[in-house]
Design a protein around this ligand. Sequence first.
Ligand SMILES: C[S@@+](CC[C@H](N)C(=O)[O-])C[C@H]1O[C@@H](n2cnc3c(N)ncnc32)[C@H](O)[C@@H]1O
Length: 256
Amino acid sequence: MNALAVAERTMSLPRLPLEPDLFGRVLDDCHRGISTEYFLRRDDNLLERDSSLRYFRAWHEMPAHHRCLLTHARGRVLDVGAGAGQHTLVLQERGLAVTAIDASPLAVEVCRRRGVRDAREMDAHVLRFPAGSFDTVLFMQQTLGLAGTPEGLRYLLRRLHRLVADGGQLLADIATPADALQPGHRRYQHQNRALGRYPGTVRQRIEYQGMRGLDFDWLLLPLDDLRALCADTGWKITRCVQVDANATYAIALGKV
Ligand SMILES: C[S@@+](CC[C@H](N)C(=O)[O-])C[C@H]1O[C@@H](n2cnc3c(N)ncnc32)[C@H](O)[C@@H]1O
């Protein structure tokens, strides 16, 4: 498949009005009981339905691997891309000092309305905290993917290495591109190569109630690539558990 053909295909996406904080609106509407359904459209036009209820779970509704990761949280915690604050709230109730950050202004507002004490609008690529501020950094529901590319992740891990105190940790569940076994994913990765992109980078946007959000790149990284990247940034994988057959892993990184 040549790059021009791929590029032309990506231009056939539906033209919808842009709402830059559409994900925040999805969370806000869910919190207000207005709607729970939204869509993710990949740039090759693959459309997936999703439910925003998965951002509003109580402890007993969370998948086992979320509960397991949360059980390992300790000290001062940074919840990156906190969404509606479900994980922050659990840890806060347990008495931990948690700072929740999200790039979405409306998500931060929802966090505050739900009782998150320290919720801040902040881009994970511009973390404004002094060195050694945290003992645990959380990236829940595959939020490490916001790094977009391996270079983005390398940059992010280096910054986090400085923000996390010695002996500190990063906890995350991650998606790897191993479900490329599905024909659609394999083709998509092939197209990425043709476009000169990293194969595991998924470009997509949210669609909700006739509007579209900004395009964003979400990173799916094979474990071996993550391991190599960690070695390069002062982290190492200290625990890794496969969560399901869909190539999701719960991982803990420690500072070397
Ligand atoms: C998949 S959701 C996960 C939400 C939450 N961690 C949870 O599990 O309920 C990803 C979140 O990351 C946020 N996000 C995306 N890119 C971001 C960035 N560059 N900086 C901060 N937050 C970001 C989104 O607004 C969204 O709330």
